[in-house]
Design a protein around this ligand. Structure first.
Ligand SMILES: [Fe+2]
Ligand SMILES: [Fe+2]
Length: 194
């Protein structure tokens, strides 16, 4: 099933009320960047726009509230996910996209679910959302952004590897927990180069 402009605008309106202005701006940036990457790689543009729009739909709740909501609604969280609470908004986001926003496309739901960690064997749409979240126009903090933005449109797998590499080094440096899905994503994209 496709998602047309009516559906995209309906969800945009809801999110503009639910998310704080900064998060909404980021959401639009990701959504349009997803559309641009879809053009570059031949993915369905509406689908990419929709996935970008909803990727952070659960980010308005504090982490402790998100964990409670997951428990209440039977959204499974592994021990590793509970150890890196930043991941939980992605898992609950998938649930909200399905239950509240009526998205049934499994690829969109997975793109929301894996947008913070990545995973081995990511679909094109999953990669588009992951990369768009990192490079959208309002981002400024990440190092090497200029290079990563250019790479995103040249070789999305290489771009994934570079972002994952940077993320793992950053988390390592902070002695933070690294999600197993992030590590297996890194190994997967490294393996593609051989
Ligand atoms: Fe997010
Ligand atoms: Fe995001």
């Amino acid at each position: 099933m496709g998602y047309g402009i009516d559906e995209i605008q309906r969800i945009r309106r809801i999110l503009s009320e639910k998310l704080d202005p900064g998060r909404y701006e980021h959401t639009l940036g990701v959504s349009f960047t997803c559309a641009a990457l879809a053009m570059a790689y031949g993915e369905d543009i509406d689908k990419a726009e929709m996935a970008g729009l909803l990727h952070d739909c659960a980010k308005r709740f504090p982490e402790s509230v998100l964990i409670e909501k997951c428990k209440k609604n039977g959204v499974y969280l592994s021990d590793a996910e509970l150890e890196s609470p930043a991941v939980v908004h992605a898992k609950y986001g998938r649930y909200l996209a399905l239950k509240k926003y009526g998205i049934t496309d499994e690829d969109i739901l997975n793109a929301i679910s894996y947008h913070t960690t990545g995973r081995a064997g990511m679909s094109l749409l999953e990669k588009i959302v992951y990369v768009a979240d990192y490079i959208e126009p309002r981002r400024f903090k990440a190092p090497d952004l200029k290079e990563i933005r250019a790479l995103a449109f040249k070789d999305i797998d290489e771009c994934m590897l570079k972002i994952l590499d940077g993320t793992i080094s950053y988390l390592d440096g902070k002695r933070s927990h690294i999600a197993p899905d992030t590590l297996s994503a890194y190994e997967y994209f490294k393996g593609l180069k051989k």
